[in-house]
Design a protein around this ligand. Sequence first.
Ligand SMILES: [Mn+2]
Length: 314
Amino acid sequence: MPKKDLPGDIEKFAALGANIASFPAIQPAVPERVIGERRKFRTIWISDVHLGTKGCNANLLIDFLDHTDSETMYLVGDIIDGWRLKKKVYWPASHNDIVWRILKRAKRGTRIVYIPGNHDEMVRPFAGMNFGGVEIARAAFHDTADGRRLMVLHGDEFDTIMLAHRWLAFFGDALYHAAMGLNLWVNAIRRRFGLPYWSLSKAAKHKVKNAVEFISKYEEVVARAAGERGVDGVVCGHIHTADMRDFQHEGETVQYYNDGDWVEGCNALVEHFDGRMEILHWAEEVAQRDAAPVPESASESASVEESAASREAA
Ligand SMILES: [Mn+2]
């Protein structure tokens, strides 16, 4: 697209795109960890990172990005929280480091598709454009290794609260933010008494019948929409609840996948090279790794292989 055809705002954003492309050359505050071997997947989906808010679990996401790799990565919306940033600018170095890692992946050859959500709706007008190797799209279709076609979208399109009462969605967001703030206090006190971490909104979500009903209704609506479009399944985010379920639509099975969030759940949806799908709970992965320490450097892992080989020989 010739630059002179772009309206002023887009031209400015396109100029920013050039800067974004050179961003990986800057050093991140948290250096990228060089580990023996990254876990490789065919596809990774993450969403609801909410960069620009205190709720974002940046350190766990940095750890995830340093330990995994994929041919394709979908950013399924609410990556940057424009709603919060508009009120108050909060942007620690760790949030920059996440952007840095994503752009670095694009530079290394990972196909990155960014599907903006409702919290980063300001990016939606740029659908069809490419910034530093990151393709921006309103929705996407993904073909799995085992020949299934999945529709990928953020999912606020099917949230009746979002659609009918925008003000209520904003109000709910403010309440959620307040709850997350309270969560920090409650856990600071619990820590002092030696009690384990406890998630307030997680407890609330599972105890309140309405929330449970909302989630299952939402999943059904999204799956139905996918069925109507004739795809085998759908991947979305938005409701901060990782899940994998089958629904029936006119005699056909529609697979519903939700890649969760990086505020509480810290989940990613992955496709293995044979097309098998899995939800990763990164806090649990880290806990397992800490329980059974593996050698981090290549030389250490080589010596482990050597000793294993000599053991086999013996
Ligand atoms: Mn959302």
